[in-house]
Design a protein around this ligand. Structure first.
Ligand code: AMP
Ligand code: GLY
Length: 436
């Protein structure tokens, strides 16, 4: 079977790695392979955003499955285009992908169907008068101090303000200005939620929901959760806070009702629903939904998946049911450390040669997932993005996995290399307390 992966980051490298294990005989293809994917898949010189080109390739080559990594092609209707041509593809339609691509849509859906989330108000740049009229009311609503551009903004459209006054100013600026382009013409201003975050992936055929092992990621650039937000500097799984009881609650109160709500509105969601949760004192509440696998959580979740990923992906892509499907997990912990280019998430240089200690290849349960890397014309591996690689290690405890991931990260060198040495620190502290 021919399998096409759309996207070329660390998440897609992990998907390729897992699908290769699940289907050793399959022919794997990827859009514009990064510097680490070459041994796993054939690189196609088709941009991930070239929907027509990808559908033509899949049709002409008889691809049995296409898996979409990033949100942008989903938001642009890649699934609709494939489905119209009868091509099996894993991911939601454009309408269902709005659960991520429009915060105004997802917040409205959550409110209408009673799915727990932060209180919010939504405003549009075509009606700033309403915003102005609401100002006093907003100030009286409590901790309404998180401002979000409604559209896709590559994780940069969220401002967590210190005060409500600051949030009101930021929202007005977003509505009046053009700093977030089309994404900022609609703005959501919402309640600040206190707690720890949890990333839950769920496979769904539009009706049935199969949650995967929950993970936690580290969004801030600096150790101890300091500095600006990034695409993600590391992740770990499993998370002790996510007890079986909590996961039942998440499934019954959040995942199932959301999938049912999308179906009830005529936009059944088939694919991977990612719930970004806040574990608050009053229970789990939704921070945001994504319509795809998370990066770098995928780099810890998939290595722990002992059963097939291919089977449920194929069933969902073919429009079949996954009722009764269950996943099996290794009992180990996994930690991934992201190596970033110096300067990220601000400006950084690319094209810097990378040295990978060959001994890393022979380390058991250490996986090097490439993201912003490429092979230059002379065959050298060089950096080509802000997040360069994610180095995942598995071990019986999260503390050991974190230590092994750090040690392996130290075996990759390039000028300006930066990584956090404290990935999974909360979990390590918790497990140490539990053992003492
Ligand atoms: P989002 O893109 O919606 O996931 O927001 C990015 C990050 O901002 C989240 O991962 C949280 O760390 C933080 N954040 C977003 N919304 C809230 C909220 N209502 N309360 C507290 N933190 C939030
Ligand atoms: N790890 C956050 C995301 O993929 O959006």
């Amino acid at each position: 079977m021919k399998i096409l992966i759309v996207g070329n980051g660390g998440r897609e490298h992990a998907l390729l790695w897992k699908l290769r294990r699940d289907a050793p005989g399959a022919d794997l293809f990827v859009t514009r392979a990064n510097g680490g994917m070459g041994g796993l898949a054939t690189s196609l010189d088709i941009a991930p955003g070239d929907i027509g080109g990808l559908a033509d390739w899949a049709a002409w080559n008889g691809a049995g499955l296409t898996v979409v990594g990033p949100e942008i092609p989903l938001d642009e209707g890649i699934v609709d285009a494939f489905v119209a041509r009868g091509l099996p593809i894993f991911g939601p339609t454009q309408a269902a992908a709005r659960i991520e691509s429009s915060k105004a849509f997802s917040k409205r859906l959550m409110r209408d169907y009673g799915i727990p989330t932060a209180a919010f108000r939504r405003y549009s740049s075509t009606d700033i008068a309403t915003f102005d009229a609401d100002e006093a009311k907003l100030r009286g609503m409590g901790e309404l101090r998180v401002v979000k551009a409604s559209g896709l903004a590559a994780g940069k459209g969220v401002l967590v303000c210190e005060t409500v006054d600051e949030a009101i100013d930021a929202a007005r600026e977003m509505l009046a200005g053009d700093s977030f382009g089309a994404a900022g013409r609609e703005v959501v201003i919402e309640e600040f939620m206190h707690g720890e975050e949890l990333s839950v992936f769920a496979l769904t055929d539009g009706t049935n929901v199969v949650p995967m092992l929950p993970a936690q990621d580290h969004k801030r650039i600096g150790e101890g959760e300091t500095g600006p937000n990034t695409g993600g500097m590391g992740a770990y799984a499993p998370v002790a806070l996510a007890t079986p009881e909590l996961m039942r609650q998440v499934t019954e109160e959040i995942l199932r009702p959301t999938v049912a709500a999308l179906a009830a509105e005529g936009h059944p969601f088939r694919g991977l629903l990612y719930a970004g949760l806040m574990l608050t004192e009053t229970g789990p509440r939704v921070v945001e939904f994504n319509c795809r696998f998370g990066d770098p959580e995928t780099q810890v979740v998939l290595p722990l998946l002992a059963s097939s990923l291919l089977d449920p992906l194929l069933a969902i892509a073919r429009g079949e049911s996954i009722a009764g499907a269950s996943l099996e997990w290794r009992s180990d912990a996994a930690v991934t450390t992201v190596l970033a280019s110096g300067g990220y998430p601000g400006d950084y240089h690319s094209g810097i040669p990378i040295h990978v200690d060959p001994a890393i290849e022979s380390m058991d349960d250490v996986l090097v997932f490439h993201a912003g890397t490429k092979t230059s014309a002379d065959g050298t591996l060089v950096t080509s993005g802000g997040r360069v690689m994610a180095v995942t290690a598995l071990a019986p405890t999260v503390g050991e996995a974190a230590e092994r991931s750090r040690a392996a990260a130290d075996m990759v060198g390039f000028d300006g290399r930066y990584f956090r040495r404290d990935i999974a620190h909360r979990e390590v502290a918790r497990t140490e307390v539990a053992r003492a």
